[in-house]
Design a protein around this ligand. Structure first.
Ligand code: SAH
Ligand code: SF4
Ligand code: F3S
Length: 467
């Protein structure tokens, strides 16, 4: 293959897909494909799709229609483009995609992306290729390592998949069908990948999985490790400054993990813990396997372990059978917790999931009205939380130049953007910032001290910047 080939990957959905897109790009780089942000100039276009909500499949087909036109136009210029579909719609639809959109020559499920090179080669030879076998163990073993040039371009915060799939079967959710059974990567693999990322300048790792706190990967001594044990091991790596994890399920939020927030300084005091509803009746219908009181208890324990902990959640409004009272219970739960931010969704019936066939589907206007009310509350909470940071000193991990001359932007422990005037050598280190002002969602502040944690490999330059 020639070095001039280009691949464009367009990802939808969760961080899992972002991670998969990066690993596909890293794998294809070995075959001489450079990544491009422009679909028009690509030889290979991969739509990395999401199936979680509303009309996902239709959106993919309409996107494919657009790509087909673009491809026809490219052909008139003598360029041939290959179109591939990956991700959760690929898994759910399989060969149906090629039947409905013959311009697609390759369909690859999320558990098969480690085979992307071979599949692309077959498709380039004229075969219509569909690979949606569940093969997560192979994926975990064979995924390409992150590429240095690519990592540098992608910044100092990186995702590492530690777990994939789900056995919880919430009645509204497609994930157990598109990502398969829950499976964990081995500790060794995760440490190796993290070490590679760190050697390429990464300073913050977010461990990701559909149920990341159900992690149970094989440790070097042959026994399964828990997520908090993995976090404690990662925290020993000197170049790693910050650790996060997402998404957690309330059922797997045990004492050991909560205590890790108390004991491990590098573990950020921010917990995304989806609750979906504040009504016990609806939680039961959703098969969430926990009550409102149990959820609130977790929040209380986490706050006790780490008083500066902030929380976020996912909510679904208008689940089948949700009454005004059930919805009021959701509002009251949100008031009781006081979130730093949340994602809110209207229930969307997903074909093949139990709740899609439940009676008493909630009319669209009621869903919209409830969504509006919940969003109003959440926005007020987010604003109050952001305002509560004004006047405080926060540790900020600096990531990249800001919009204005001389400005560098970092993130607070709570993921808020924090632009300050600073030398660019501060990028990649943590420094303390006094927050003076809130501007929309950003905290405006000034440096108050030298970097808190000086990474061993490049600390001199960073400390000098403050002299
Ligand atoms: N594993 C995570 C999140 C999975 S999907 C968890 O257990 O919470 C991300 C979010 O999408 C979910 O938390 C849920 O709020 C939302 N979601 C999933 N299926 C949905 C559906 N059918 N309709 C509306 N929202 C949905
Ligand atoms: Fe979906 Fe529930 Fe599994 Fe989360 S826990 S991925 S919402 S089935
Ligand atoms: Fe979407 Fe699949 Fe993630 S359905 S949310 S891309 S697991």
């Amino acid at each position: 293959m020639s070095d001039a080939r280009k691949v464009h990957i367009k990802s939808f959905g969760c961080q899992m897909n972002v991670y998969d897109a990066r690993r596909m790009a890293d794998t294809l780089a070995r075959d001489g494909y450079a990544e491009t942000a422009h679909a028009e100039e690509a030889d290979l276009i991969i739509l990395n799709t999401c199936h979680i909500r509303e009309k996902a499949v239709e959106k993919v087909y309409s996107e494919l229609g657009r790509l087909r036109e673009m491809r026809a136009e490219a052909e008139t210029r003598g360029r041939s483009q290959m179109i591939a579909v990956a991700g959760c719609v690929a898994q759910a639809e399989g060969k149906e995609i090629i039947r409905r959109a013959p311009s697609v020559r390759l369909v690859v499920g999320p558990q098969n992306i480690h085979r992307i090179s071979e599949l692309v080669a077959r498709a380039n030879n004229g075969e219509a290729v569909v690979d949606t076998e569940f093969a997560v163990e192979d994926k975990f073993e064979q995924l390409a390592a992150p590429k240095p040039e690519a990592t540098r371009a992608r910044g100092i915060s990186a995702f590492v998949t530690v777990q994939e799939g789900c056995d919880k079967f919430c009645t509204f959710c497609v994930v157990p069908y598109t990502r398969g059974n829950e499976a964990s990567r081995s500790v060794e693999r995760i440490l190796r990948e993290t070490q590679t990322l760190l050697s390429q300048g990464v300073k913050e790792i977010t461990l990701i999985g559909q149920n990341v706190n159900a992690y149970h990967g094989k440790g070097p001594e042959g026994r399964d490790w828990t997520l908090p044990r993995l976090i404690a091991r990662l925290a020993e790596m000197p170049e790693l400054l910050r650790i996060r994890y997402t998404t957690s399920h309330p059922r797997d939020m045990d004492d050991e993990l909560i205590e890790a927030h108390r004991d491990i300084e590098k573990l950020m005091p921010f917990l995304h813990l989806p609750v979906q509803s504040g009504s016990d009746r609806i939680l039961d219908e959703m098969n969430r396997k926990h009550t409102r009181a149990e959820y609130l208890k977790i929040i209380e324990r986490a706050r006790k372990a780490r008083p500066d902990m902030a929380f976020s959640s996912d909510f679904i409004v208008g689940f089948p059978g949700e009454t005004d009272q059930d919805f009021e219970d959701t509002l009251s739960l949100a008031r009781e917790v006081g979130y730093a931010q949340c994602f809110t969704f209207k229930y969307s019936p997903r074909p093949g999931t139990p709740a899609a066939d439940f009676g008493a589907q909630v009319p669209e206007e009621i869903k919209s009205e409830r969504l509006y009310r919940l969003q109003e509350l959440i926005e007020a909470q987010q604003h109050a939380f952001n305002l509560s940071c004004v006047g405080r000193e926060l540790d900020v991990l600096f990531e990249k130049p800001g919009r204005h001359e001389g400005q560098i932007v970092g993130r607070s422990p709570y993921l808020q953007p924090v632009p300050v005037i600073a030398p660019s050598s501060i990028i990649g280190s943590v420094a303390r910032v006094r927050v003076n002002e809130l501007r929309t969602y950003s905290l405006i502040g000034e440096l108050v001290a030298q970097p808190q944690i000086s990474p061993t490999n490049n600390s001199a330059a960073e400390v000098n910047a403050f002299a």
